[in-house]
Design a protein around this ligand. Sequence first.
Ligand SMILES: Cc1cc2nc3c(=O)[nH]c(=O)nc-3n(C[C@H](O)[C@H](O)[C@H](O)COP(=O)(O)OP(=O)(O)OC[C@H]3O[C@@H](n4cnc5c(N)ncnc54)[C@H](O)[C@@H]3O)c2cc1C
Length: 439
Amino acid sequence: MHKVEKLPQVDGELGWLETAPESNVRLGARVKGDQEFDIAIIGAGFTGLSVALRFAEINPSARIAVVDALRVGEGSSGRNAGFLIDLPHNVDFSKTGVEHARSEHRLNMFGIERLRGFKDRYSIPFWNDAGKFMAAHEQSNLKGLDNFASMLQQAGFEYELVSGSDLNRRLGTDYYRSAVYTRGNVLVNPAALVRGLVKALPASVSLFESSPVQAIEYGPPHKLQFLGGSISAPIVVQATNSYSEQFGKLTHRIAPIFTYASLTQPLSDDQIRRYFGGVKPWGLTSAHQAGTTVRFTDDRRIFIRNTYDILSDLKATREKLELAWHQHRLSFEARFPFVKEMTFEYTWGGVFALTLNHEPIFKNAGEGVYVLGGCNGVGVVKGTYLGYYMADYISGIDSENLRFVQQHSNPSWIPPEPLLSIGGKHRLTRELGTAKGDV
Ligand SMILES: Cc1cc2nc3c(=O)[nH]c(=O)nc-3n(C[C@H](O)[C@H](O)[C@H](O)COP(=O)(O)OP(=O)(O)OC[C@H]3O[C@@H](n4cnc5c(N)ncnc54)[C@H](O)[C@@H]3O)c2cc1C
């Protein structure tokens, strides 16, 4: 029997979830009693739901269980910045080459279009084909933008350089010197999107919420243990991203990194008229790795994300949330001093899974156990396509995309604790020092 030591919790006030429609509606029961399924998927984030949706398409008579420790939308899938990123992230063609970047782009587009199909069919709100700015405030961080632009050029991806009054007009702030704008990114309320996907699950899928897997007895059949219940299945897919190493089939491959976000109250009509006249909803990532992500949302709020932490028990304390809130205030007031009376209605933390070489986990652990994760901060789209192709893989469906995923899912070794925390914290401090005003 393998005991699961670290379980997820709600870390703070989940702004996207609370501002999503029908956020109080419970989408699944708790697991109670002993039940049997053909396949059990742990994790109802973008990755786990994508496995379930595709597996059900290919195997309509299979009995499928999806279980999550939290409610759908409470996990990282509902806490992130809501960028559906089309271009390869952290582009560095010197290591991977242009062809690799094009293949990743093709997979990302596949993931975005798959999500778009569900959005259209089930009228999921807050979807905006707004593109994305990557921007720099500090002169010293302009080189990050230049690198990005030159990589995009090499691979033949379209982009636009924006600066000065044009950038000011499009963002409603003159904080940034320069930006690279790319068109294919989509902005969403991620909690609304992930909860919307549940509507697409057919009757053959049973969704269980608020049901942490506390232990697994590996078989086959494998038996997942819950408080007052169990699920047995010959196939188990672990789609728990940062928690993947808790189930005993993966070691030293993932560094779980905490980051934090805040969302303001909506801007008033008067503030919009005076300061954001003609500004359309936008999303911006920083030219510096440790910089701040900012959004001006469809419902006229400002979103701020920054600050990284390595928290070995995978839980954010009140103290950590308080520190993040202070940093968010500084970042917000620097960019929008003219509306600094605005308060944050929500502040929360969330964890994502980093791998050292940026390759994800797509693993057949044997005896009907499969592990997915390591989405490196871009898991909305990546989790969607990894989940899809995992269902294909289990069902014996081959494709060029599946082969690409298999060839590029070998995350390198990561040192164990306490070395991971010591090395990681040192690196985070160094990065923050150079990001300066881009935080
Ligand atoms: C603040 C923030 C901003 C981010 N911004 C972006 C962004 O803009 N775009 C982007 O693509 N990505 C972003 N990310 C990363 C993104 O959120 C993740 O890559 C994505 O959530 C991965 O999806 P997933 O389904 O693989 O994992 P998760 O969303 O983490 O889902 C895993 C699920 O497993 C469940 N689970 C864990 N343990 C157990 C257990 N024992 N029993 C039952 N269930 C369990 C969890 O409750 C969770 O719901 C961001 C992350 C954070 C924290």
